[in-house]
Design a protein around this ligand. Structure first.
Ligand SMILES: [Zn+2]
Length: 305
């Protein structure tokens, strides 16, 4: 399941490959992938007409959500500038400090993939959306498990307001991050997994962060010492940054690959995740597994206290 580093890799690919192009045609065949447009057969056509003609002007990401910043072409003006006709007092709520940017949001969830193809490439099984670009390529949304989705919104920042700050950014302020962590009573791993606390950490990286920090993932966050909480902050940044540099983790199931279908190399750096019974790379003790917040969690009994 893609986490922040995998989604950031997708964003970087999108930034490089599709910014500046226009979506000239859309073929949507997977109703689950466009369920924000309704649950009837008209959802597919509604999505197609909403997205056709959009010009891609940038990219964005928050946690596990990635989006394309879009507008309707040269006559609609730069994103963030509303025409006077659209302005109304109701839109000027105090919460809305960021400029309004229309966005095509992609949430990969369990198994969603964004793939970059030429039109003659064979359609992969479970391709639910094809977006034809004016640069001779297609963006395809492939999703075997169909939990993922794609939709356009006029304000991704507001729509994702329930999501916490992105983990990489939040952890740079170690003092605030560790204080917020120590205010929680759940197991440390469960707090890291809580997308309302910080966004972008999933099952793999929460285990790796706890290991790197020398903290038992079951330890309640309010029982962490100040140095332990500070180490969680430091290693949240280090583990995620390192994984982004390695273009994410692709596991045996290959549920995550980049736009060109290539896997990431971060799995080779895993110390505990999915290493049950194997020797700890630091001390040789067998890696153990337990359940936290319903998720399999791996740790070294000796290195993590
Ligand atoms: Zn160990």
């Amino acid at each position: 399941m893609p986490e922040g580093p995998e989604v950031e890799t997708v964003r970087r690919d999108l930034e490089k490959l599709v910014v500046g192009s226009t979506i000239t045609a859309v073929r949507a065949t997977g109703r689950r992938s466009v369920r924000r447009y309704g649950d009837g057969p008209s959802a597919l056509a509604a999505f197609e007409s909403d997205v056709t003609g959009l010009r891609i002007v940038g990219t964005g990401r928050l946690g596990k959500y990635v989006w394309l910043q879009v507008d309707r072409g040269p006559e609609s003006g730069p994103p963030g500038q509303e025409s006077p006709a659209q302005e109304s007092p109701a839109q000027e709520s105090p919460a809305q400090e960021s400029p309004v940017i229309s966005a095509l949001v992609i949430h990969l969830r369990m198994s969603g993939q964004v793939r970059w193809h030429v039109p003659s490439d064979e359609l992969a099984l479970h391709t639910h959306i094809v977006m034809v670009l004016d640069n001779g390529h297609e963006l395809r949304f492939v999703d075997p498990r169909t939990f993922g989705e794609v939709w356009r919104t006029d304000d991704p920042i507001r729509e994702l307001a329930h999501i916490g700050p992105d983990a990489v950014i939040a952890a740079t302020d170690a003092r605030t991050f560790s204080a917020a962590l120590r205010a929680r009573r759940s197991p440390t791993k469960a707090v890291l997994l809580d997308q309302g606390f910080v966004a972008g950490i999933g099952n793999i990286y929460s285990d790796e962060i706890c290991f790197a920090a020398g903290v038992r993932p079951t330890k309640r966050a309010n029982e962490l010492t100040k140095p332990q909480a500070a180490r969680i902050a430091t290693h949240t940044q280090a583990v995620l940054t390192n994984a982004i540099e390695r273009r994410g983790s692709s596991l045996k199931d290959r549920q995550y690959v980049d736009l060109l279908g290539e896997g990431g190399l971060a799995s080779a750096a895993h110390h505990v995740y999915d290493r049950l019974g194997q020797p700890c790379l630091i001390c040789g003790t067998s890696i153990e597994r337990t359940k936290i917040a319903g998720r399999s969690s791996y740790f070294c009994r000796k290195c993590q206290r």
